[in-house]
Structure formats: structure tokens, C-alpha cells
Ligand binder design. Structure first.
Ligand SMILES: [Zn+2]
Ligand SMILES: [Zn+2]
Ligand SMILES: [Zn+2]
Length: 92
């Protein structure tokens, strides 16, 4: 499935941290979120595009980290904001 995204080289992290407090930017401003995403380049936790502030995609645009994964329990899919495609990153 990797052929559909050309940015897999930016993936540094595949596993979620043991504890996730919430969207880092929302926590800082007292905002709320719907679902959480983790940047797979730097590990930043952000909120999804269904959330009011859309911090995950804002982070992707701002710093150029295109791929996030779901930080919801039981979900292991990733998403590339540049290719607008979902896939599952498997460890080599
Ligand atoms: Zn991509
Ligand atoms: Zn947020
Ligand atoms: Zn990042």
C-alpha cells in the first residue's frame, strides 16, 4: 500500500506514547477536540479535522510533517495530508 504515498520517508514513529493527555495545542488554549492524531515525524499530538481547531493538519502544514496516525484506541491507520490518502504503516 506504500505506493500511494510518497512521503513514508518522513515517518519516524509508528507507536503511540503510553499516555496521551490530549491535543497539546488545545490543552494550551483550553480548547476541545473530537479525535486525536499523532504526527509520525515528531510525535506531536493534535486534533482531527472534525475538531474546532484542527491542530493536527495545522501542524502538518506549518512544519511540513505530512503523515499522522490515529491516536484513538483500536485504530492503527495513518493519513497523509499531502496525498489525502489513508493507509497502515507496518514496521519493516
Ligand atoms: Zn504522502
Ligand atoms: Zn487541538
Ligand atoms: Zn510533527
Amino acid at each position: 500500500m506504500s505506493a500511494i504515498c510518497s512521503h513514508l520517508g518522513s515517518v519516524e514513529l509508528t507507536e503511540l506514547p503510553a499516555e496521551i493527555a490530549g491535543c497539546e495545542d488545545c490543552l494550551a488554549i483550553g480548547g476541545t477536540w473530537v479525535h486525536l492524531r499523532m504526527c509520525q515525524t515528531c510525535g506531536r499530538i493534535g486534533c482531527c479535522d472534525s475538531s474546532p481547531h484542527r491542530h493536527a493538519s495545522a501542524h502538518a502544514r506549518r512544519v511540513g510533517h505530512p503523515i499522522v496516525r490515529s491516536a484513538e484506541s483500536g485504530e492503527d491507520w495513518s493519513w497523509c495530508y499531502l496525498d489525502n490518502v489513508a493507509f497502515v504503516v507496518t514496521r519493516p
